[in-house]
Ligand binder design. Structure first.
Ligand code: AMP
Length: 406
């Protein structure tokens, strides 16, 4: 397998699958360009080597993905809205736009592309063949470039034409990860294959059902698992506690018992919040109390971990050498229930300053760390979302397998 660090793109056309699925406002202006900026190192390296870049991305979920023809008619999903920002980010670089990624015209534009130029393709999802992973469509896209670079970690869990299937049409010498993808995979592996113990997983968020597979997989890696957020209450009930009206998934109670039992057998310490901030309704203005998490009265619900829980979590967070954090400890979007998540974020930052490797990933925990302005004080923030979660579930991601064959 080649690496982007050492590969020389001079004179080559690199077909780069990025994840430029950025949010737009009603005037089609980009409101957050993080995803574009994250792939700049990859694009810049190729241009600096004297290669040209053909950018492929999906953009939103156009309805036309249900049709078997390129429509390109749903204006808000057109990648043309990305052009102005790309022009700002690459001053002086010629950036062309191909209105239909699967057309003869796109092929001609790619063929005529000169070194140090960029060609942006229209939304790959304007073809239903993209999401169905159609082999012929993948082959058609593959004809556009000499080498294939996958920098779209956020889409690595999809076996789509441009994220995975396409790689079959390039030899192992002609395909590689981009810098972003490489960094994501390396950092996730650093956690999953870590020998730096204690290895702590902090899992939170609303639903256990979303996190069961991760929990089960981490029983083979982690030495300690802190469970907070809404998902903690099904565990507390499984242990015989009273949780009032807190979040509860009855159909998961048996699984919780099994996880607790397996953890004990494997010597993994699962730590639940001793106390909770409880409320009489799901609202910031609710009446609040703090009580033991296993003694929540009827009519009340646990919406954050309490001060004793934070105190009990402190020692292990500060002693850990590797930390994975996914999911907030409470309803952190509401001021009155954000304290627990904030305290945990500060502790993870402190542990990082003491030499721990910390990875924060998967949706809301990233939002939380950013909210408390601690994003520069953890080792790595993953942009992966669903892909990261599936990687931690122990699944083989099609986008990764397509490049490195494992
Ligand atoms: P997830 O997407 O599963 O990581 O869940 C994130 C969401 O869980 C956030 O919107 C939080 O507000 C919510 N959440 C965290 N703790 C609780 C709780 N104790 N009760 C209800 N919702 C919660």
């Amino acid at each position: 397998m080649n690496t982007i660090q050492t590969f020389n793109f001079q004179g080559l056309k690199a077909l780069v699958r990025v994840d430029f699925n950025v949010p737009l406002d009603e005037n089609f202006q980009i409101t957050d360009d993080t995803r574009i900026v994250s792939s700049l190192p990859t694009i810049t390296k190729i241009l600096n080597d004297g290669g040209s870049v053909i950018l492929m991305t999906h953009f939103g979920r156009p309805k036309s993905m249900n049709h078997s023809v390129a429509l390109g008619s749903e204006e808000k999903y057109s990648t043309i809205h990305l052009l102005p920002r790309l022009k700002v980010l690459f001053p002086g670089i010629e950036i062309l736009f191909a209105e239909d990624c699967g057309s003869e015209e796109a092929y001609k534009m790619a063929k005529n592309l000169k070194p140090k130029e960029i060609l942006l393709l229209e939304n790959t999802r304007f073809y239903a063949e993209e999401t169905s992973g159609d082999v012929e469509f993948a082959q058609l896209l593959a004809t556009l470039g000499d080498v294939y670079v996958n920098d779209a970690f956020g889409s690595a869990h999809r076996a789509h034409a441009s994220t995975a299937i396409i790689a079959d049409f390039f030899s192992s010498e002609q395909k590689m990860f981009g810098f972003l993808m490489q960094k994501e995979v390396d950092n996730a592996d650093k956690v999953l294959k870590s020998n730096d113990k204690p290895m702590l997983a902090i899992l939170g968020g609303a639903k256990i059902s979303d996190k069961i597979l991760i929990l089960q997989n981490l029983l083979d890696t982690a030495t300690h698992i802190i469970i907070g957020g809404g998902m903690a209450y099904t565990f507390i009930k499984a242990k015989g506690g009273q949780i009032g009206n807190s979040l509860f998934e009855e159909d998961r109670i048996e699984t919780c018992r099994e996880i607790l039992k397996t953890a004990e057998e494997k010597g993994v310490k699962i730590i639940l919040p001793l106390d909770s901030t409880i409320a009489d309704k799901f609202a910031n203005e609710a009446t609040l109390k703090v009580c033991a998490s296993s003694e929540i009265p009827e009519g009340w619900m646990g919406l954050d971990i309490g001060p004793k829980a934070v105190e009990a979590f402190t020692d292990i967070i500060l002693r850990s050498k590797t930390i994975l954090w996914n999911g907030p400890m409470g309803v952190f979007e509401m001021e009155n229930f954000s304290k627990g998540t904030e305290e945990i974020a500060k502790l993870v930052a402190k542990s990082t300053s003491l030499g721990c490797f910390s990875l924060v990933g998967g949706g809301d925990s990233v939002a939380a760390v950013t909210k408390f302005e601690l994003q520069d004080q953890v080792s790595f923030i993953s942009t992966g979302g669903g892909a990261l979660l599936e990687y931690f579930e122990g699944k083989t991601l099609p986008g990764i397998k397509a490049i490195r064959n494992v």
